[in-house]
Design a protein around this ligand. Structure first.
Ligand SMILES: [Zn+2]
Length: 972
């Protein structure tokens, strides 16, 4: 039997170690009953060895090759369309959040795509028809910057930028697609329409349509919003286009605003001034409010000259020092007491209010913040929240407009305009300083930028919010702890600015007559035709008169119109993907990283609620992001980035950097991907995964080899099953339903653990161990052996179904060795519809009997080893005399019909030579006596079961040999 061990596994047949430790290991030390075998191989050709070519392990190079071959040859490309053609009534829709078409695939992509693949493949195995269309997010600033910064391309026209950006995105998509495929992800990667790309003509056409629908519903409006503005380039800038100059010098002033309605007890007959500190005096004409923080404490202080000032309490001594004046507190008030205060604007003399703002701190300044909604992001929020008027008095060149008054009109706000303000306000200025701080510059012109409000397009999230939150209540979110976060996000969101002043995107399809937008359904229909034909480029390539359909040319004069220059925020591109891809269906699942609560989940929810009054998903599943072994985020600068391709394909030198293969990557994702917000990756964890798979592979090889000569007709008409067979089928059934529960609950880590436990405990240590004598040594056509094969057939199927969604490559590789594969059905595991479910026709009473029987045997087995043993005996050399009461007797009878036996299931389970069952009404339960067996070793089955010590082999083996035809056992 050394040979069998060799054939099953040369190195690490873990599950067989236990099998061999009793019967097959070493020589007996019991002198009278053991004979030295003359020819240990004499009977080996009469043994039914497991036969399969399925390899138990693969070298690194072979691993990479097998991954590629299986994906190429085992229907991975065809599977998606194949299953779409099935008549399954139940459809499962997983809508893919589009990764950005920028850069090479990293661990985040691996986690995301593999989890999705596990979800859909399990549903596929459950008989559902899968809808999964992978997509890419193609537009946007990062790509635009990448293609314009690689050379000196500052002066590229929008069309040139678009051309380069499209080429870049197309290349990236091809590269990413190649890698996603190599991970075994099921999709229709090749057909047109098999994937979606946000720059596709049809996608853009749909987006224009949805934009107009939102506009018609009154959910899109145009308003001023502060943006970073480069006066030197006359353009809005994105945050990523700013470069901060750490030594920028500004003139900062501390200035007084007269408080108009302070309570008498704050005044003591004096006047009260709020003290304001600002580094941008040029924004003071646009001042609309003073912000304070309700959580801070404020003080009324006196300077001895008859004026009182309002400042944050913790800043009193700072300000005293700065002004060089002793400020004496006369009263402390809580921040909320400032609620209804009003003040007089120092230039216009108009009256304005104080408002609470959580951005106000007591770190610098006075604890009271000058608020100009046109010139600051926090200021804008205060303005929106309190319905302040948005005024922009600064033009595109950075000059005051005439709205700022005659004194200021035409002056450059950063130069003479600022000086003029200091001049106008000199009465109010208590202190002036040169303030050195970090300030944003235009990265191209190297000139300082300003924050200036310009007309932007918005989606009115405020009026959608309530409906969106209601819709969200009907959505199941996993893990549940994330629900509150998403709702809070929605509640905080006052508006969604959807316009960008860039070139690489979908145009906002609006013409302007002076400043007035011109948009109607005829125009949009016309644009849709143009977009379908030319893609989004039509907006830039076609002259303006061609953008006006013939029917409208009498009413719209191209001479007075201009094209809008803005594009749509890419979050609107991707947020509308449901309307382009799902064809009116609600997705069963959206599954993305936790960061998408502020991103795609939200943009999808808002657009879907706005347009179809419901969420686009019924379930949202969230995964974490990959971190290194010590929990640090992966970054190039830390040098701790793990490349998923390195895991699957190894390094350039495979001896040094092993290829773990796709299965290990996917098993790691399944084991760790969904339960935590951070998913750590390390060699140790990968090794652990590789070990799990190695053990599983060994078991699979054993099962596959065992059913080599199991005829397919017996699948439907199995021979009578033994108690052990039935019990194991019961365990198998329970395992299957446990696995399905875990898949249903998206607990893939528990699927992995359950598989590991089942393989090492129930399958290897128990069933394979107990039945291997029947499998190897019973007549090859015997019913007992066929029954074991029947069970092993189901064990193989059930296990493959259990790990298949996680490791489809292993499933297909394994299946290519299955003896029942035929030419007339699809030969691939995932296309195979002939997998028979386990039929176990037993009622609950019998189930309980089976369970208590095996529980009993387990206890007996443990107790045997507690008994005092004859010296130097292995358990296989023991005779075990069990004296039992009636109920125990009835239970054990299920495993051994005769009073004494050397080859019952009971002897196999207890790993002893002989079991003698004595019924004794006088005792309760059982008692055990262990003695040396009086049988000698059978040279064929290597068990102590030969009655006559002169015989070479046991009676059972004799019977088998008698009917055995001349066998030619080919080696494996
Ligand atoms: Zn024998």
């Amino acid at each position: 039997y050394v040979g069998i061990l060799d054939m099953v596994s040369t190195k690490s047949a873990t599950f067989l170690h236990t099998c061999f430790k009793c019967h097959y290991r070493g020589k007996s030390s019991f002198p009278n009953k053991s004979r030295t075998t003359k020819d240990p191989k004499k009977f080996s050709h009469t043994i039914s060895l497991p036969k399969t070519l399925f390899p138990h392990r693969l070298t690194s190079a072979k691993r990479v090759q097998v991954d590629a071959d299986v994906i190429k040859n085992c229907g991975f490309s065809e599977l998606y369309s194949f299953q779409r053609g099935k008549a399954a009534s139940d459809e499962f829709v997983l809508h893919d959040g589009p990764p950005y078409a920028n850069g090479v695939p990293h661990m985040g992509h691996a986690i995301n795509k593999i989890l999705k693949d596990i979800v859909i493949r399990w549903n596929l195995l459950c008989g559902k028809k899968i809808h999964f269309v992978p997509g890419w997010d193609c537009h946007g600033l990062p790509i635009e910057l990448k293609v314009t910064s690689s050379e000196n391309l500052k002066r590229l026209s929008p069309l040139d930028i678009r051309k380069k950006a499209r080429e870049f995105a197309t290349r990236t998509i091809a590269d990413q697609k190649h890698v996603f495929r190599s991970w075994g992800i099921m999709a229709d990667w090749d057909s047109p329409g098999g994937c979606y790309r946000t720059f596709d003509n049809s996608y853009v056409t749909n987006q224009l349509e949805q934009f107009y629908k939102l506009y018609e519903k009154g959910l899109i409006y145009r308003n001023l919003k502060p943006v970073y503005w480069s006066p030197s380039a006359r353009t809005a800038l994105a945050e990523s286009e700013l470069e901060y100059n750490a030594n920028h010098k500004s003139t900062a002033i501390t200035i007084t605003f007269r408080v108009l309605n302070a309570p008498d007890d704050w005044l003591g007959g004096d006047e009260l001034f709020a003290l304001i500190w600002t580094t941008t005096p040029w924004t003071l004409p646009a001042n609309q409010a003073v912000s304070y923080n309700s959580d801070l404490s404020y003080s009324i202080v006196r300077d001895g000259s008859g004026s009182r000032f309002l400042i944050a309490t913790s800043l009193v001594s700072n300000i005293s020092n700065k002004l060089g004046v002793k400020l004496v507190p006369v009263l402390h008030v809580k921040g909320e007491a400032l609620k209804n205060l009003k003040y007089e604007h120092p230039i216009s003399r108009s009256s304005h209010s104080f408002f609470h703002g959580s951005h106000v701190t007591a770190d610098v300044g006075t604890g009271l913040v000058h608020t100009a909604p046109s010139h600051g992001h926090d200021d804008f929020l205060i303005g929106i929240t309190n319905n302040l008027e948005l005024k922009c008095m600064v033009d595109e060149d950075g000059h005051y407009t005439c709205d700022a008054g005659n004194d200021l009109s035409g002056l450059n706000v950063l130069r003479e305009g600022n000086e003029k303000i200091l001049n106008l306000l000199r009465e109010n200025i208590l202190h002036k300083e040169v303030y050195v701080h970090s300030y944003p510059y235009d990265w191209r012109t190297n000139r300082p930028v300003i924050i200036r409000s310009s007309l932007q397009w918005f989606i009115d999230t405020n009026s959608i919010k309530t409906a969106a939150i209601d819709a969200l209540q009907k959505v199941e979110i996993l893990p549940t702890r994330n629900v509150e976060g998403m709702i809070a996000q929605m509640e905080r969101r006052p508006y969604w600015c959807i316009s960008r002043q860039r070139s690489w995107g979908v145009p906002i399809p609006v013409l302007y007559d002076s400043d007035q937008p011109v948009i109607n359904s005829e125009l949009i229909d016309h644009y849709k035709c143009l977009a379908l034909k030319h893609g989004a480029d039509f907006w830039w390539t076609l002259p303006l008169d061609e953008l006006i359909p013939k029917a409208l040319r009498n009413s719209l004069d191209p001479e007075t119109l201009s094209k809008g220059q803005d594009i749509l925020d890419i979050w609107l591109d991707s947020g509308l993907s449901w309307s382009s891809v799902l064809g009116g269906k609600t997705a069963d699942v959206y599954l993305e990283g936790v960061d998408q609560f502020t991103g795609w989940f939200q943009s999808s929810l808002i657009t879907s609620v706005a347009l179809q009054g419901k969420a686009p998903f019924s379930k949202v599943i969230v995964h974490g992001f990959a971190v290194d072994e010590t929990g640090r985020k992966m970054s190039k600068s830390l040098g701790n980035v793990v490349d998923p391709q390195f895991i699957t394909r190894g390094g350039p030198n495979l001896k040094q950097d092993t290829a773990y293969g796709v299965d290990v990557l996917r098993w790691w994702v399944a084991s760790h991907g969904l339960q935590h917000t951070t998913i750590s990756i390390s060699n140790r964890l990968l090794e652990e995964c590789a070990d799990n798979i190695k053990r599983l592979r060994n078991s699979l090889k054993f099962l596959m080899g065992s059913i080599d000569d199991f005829p397919e007709y017996l699948v439907l008409d199995p021979p009578p099953l033994s108690t052990t067979d039935k019990y194991f089928l019961l365990l198998l059934q329970e395992f299957e339903s446990r696995i399905n529960d875990f898949y249903r609950g998206y607990q893939y880590n528990r699927v992995c653990t359950a598989i590991n436990n089942f393989v090492s405990n129930d399958l290897s240590s128990f069933y394979c161990h107990v039945t291997k004598d029947k499998l190897y040594c019973d007549g090859s056509k015997s019913n007992k052996r066929k029954a074991v094969q029947y069970v092993m057939y189901h064990a193989l199927n059930t296990l493959t179904k259990a790990f298949g969604p996680i490791m489809p490559i292993l499933a297909e590789e394994l299946y290519s060795y299955h003896p029942h594969r035929t030419d007339d059905s699809s030969p691939y595991f995932f296309e195979f519809d002939k997998l028979q479910p386990i039929h176990l026709d037993i009622d609950n009473v019998e189930k309980t009997e089976l369970k208590s029987c095996f529980q009993l045997v387990k206890a007996i087995k443990e107790n045997i080893f507690k008994e005092e043993m004859p010296i130097n005996l292995k358990s296989s050399e023991l005779k075990c005399i069990l004296t039992v009461d009636s109920p125990t007797y009835d239970s054990l009878k299920l495993l051994q019909e005769d009073g004494e036996s050397v080859n019952s299931d009971l002897t196999a389970i207890l790993q002893v030579s002989t079991v003698i069952l004595n019924k004794d009404e006088g005792i309760r339960g059982y008692s055990i006596e262990a003695r040396a067996t009086d049988h000698s070793l059978c040279d064929r089955c290597r068990r102590f079961c030969v009655e006559d010590s002169n015989d070479e082999i046991c009676d059972r083996c004799k019977d088998v040999l008698e009917v055995l035809p001349t066998v030619n056992v080919s080696s494996i």
